[in-house]
Design a binder for this molecule. Sequence first.
Ligand code: ATP
Ligand code: MG
Ligand code: MG
Ligand code: MG
Length: 576
Amino acid sequence: MKASQFLISTLKEAPSDAEVVSHQLMMRAGMIKKLGAGIYSWMPMGLRVVRKVEAIVREEMNRAGAVELLMPVVQPAEFWQETGRWDKMGPELMRVKDRHERDFIIQPTSEEVVTDIARQELRSYKQLPKNLYHIQTKFRDERRPRFGVMRSREFIMKDAYSFDRDEAAAKASYQVMAKAYRAIFDRFGLRYRAVAADSGAIGGDLSEEFQVIAATGEDAIVYSEGSSYAANMEKAEALAPQGPRPAPAQAIAKTPTPGKSTCADVADLLKVPLATTVKSLVLATDQANDKGEIVKTQVWLLLVRGDHDLNEIKAGKVPGLDATFRFATVGEIVDHFGTKPGYLGPIGLKKPVKIVADREVALMADWICGANEEGFHFTGVNWGRDLPEPDAVADLRNVVAGDMSPDGSGLLAIERGIEIGHIFFLGTKYSAPMKASFLDESGKPQLMQMGCYGIGITRLPAAAIEQNNDERGIIWPDALAPFTVVVCPIGMDRSADVKAAAERLHDDLQAAGIDVMLDDRGERPGAMFADWELIGVPHRVVISDRGLKEGQLEYQHRRDAQATKVPAGEVASFVK
Ligand code: ATP
Ligand code: MG
Ligand code: MG
Ligand code: MG
């Protein structure tokens, strides 16, 4: 591919609504373009990454014996009424009417349609097992679309559905997918964890999420380093002892009386100097019993975008406060700051905080908060928008770093993850209401046992960037890179030798099956390099007259500090 033919649209600045690094870099590198809230176009550069993700997923799904088909984006409501999801699903399900006033939905997943296919096509035990999948556009009217394509409303998912004759066979099909998912995620070259997830009433333990590890992840993952125990927070909490958790002894000792905390207390507690720039706020409150003993510490984390003067905050003039309220556990705060929980107030932090919790509690009335100023307090703090359910406020996390894992195998640690895949044993949840049965050996109808398996195809590039970036831009793992190597000729318009060498290298690499981009735009070297570093192409070859005189090209990996001289014929071996 030649850059002059391609569409490259890099930006110096990310738009102000881009809160996380992947969103910022995808916008700046011209991978995606926003059309509306949670709705993005995939630009040519970004689409190449999506196609790489799809190709890996397709290959491993096919290898695991799954069969690809394509089901409609727009689906008649009657199938969703059959399973009851038409009523059960809230506003996340996008409903539309056609010209005859008939109801349709834009699919968030495809259990109904695939079960309808199965009940018509899979009539005999001889046709089972089957695993049908597609890679298709989904729409979920997310309450808070954010982080670009990480949580968008329109996105692409790979969803697969297995059909089996009995529970044992269905569980075997689930295990085949569990193995295929590990093969897929290994190939992406990202750090991930497979964690036990809550499967609700059905399925027992047969639900796992695949979480890409990232500080900006919306999910909390609980794991034990010493063993194979790993679960998402919901699952871990379901198994943890319930009821209020006593605050740690040191925290009680260090806790000043609410309303009397000073900035110095807070700074001391957090081990940070008093600063005037607020990038994040930590709010916490202690709940005392009748005797004045603290029984619970609740911590909220308020992320404020950008730099704000303390006076602006005091005056309530910080934009977006109500939009950025988050709930965090005491354990997460302790983990993050390496400090003890206590009575904290808003404080200016040296570095921006990147905790984004997966649960939101929007409002607590009448707080008293310390400020970043000796003796200054807010009273009646009431930031937020939605009134929380009383239970949601009372319901504190019962799992904290340092607890013993439920299987007793080691101490728990907590980290954050991005849910990139989810596999799930369904049993007869859909086959029963839709009467999807087959005839067994004795000619008797039996309900099919199902499983479903999703991968967030368009979420994955964002997750990959959260793990692979630096101050210059994206650093794609080879498996996902839009182009594997970029050839950067210096002075191509002036030097026939450079032009010829660049074109030859481009053609040779292309013939060797390598995804190569030749930057023939005639940009100055600085601007050219900056573009490709932002876009994150992992391998770069620079061709100049000076190098050619020595018979050398300059090779540099995106992570290398310096270029290496290589003979032209050897470039392919560096790239492969
Ligand atoms: P989340 O917890 O992030 O809302 P989910 O559990 O609702 O995801 P699933 O129904 O399990 O999602 O769908 C399978 C996969 O689709 C998820 O693991 C995720 O990778 C992807 N996905 C779900 N919602 C979105 C979204 N709004 N934008 C992009 N990808 C998504
Ligand atoms: Mg969801
Ligand atoms: Mg989820
Ligand atoms: Mg899920």
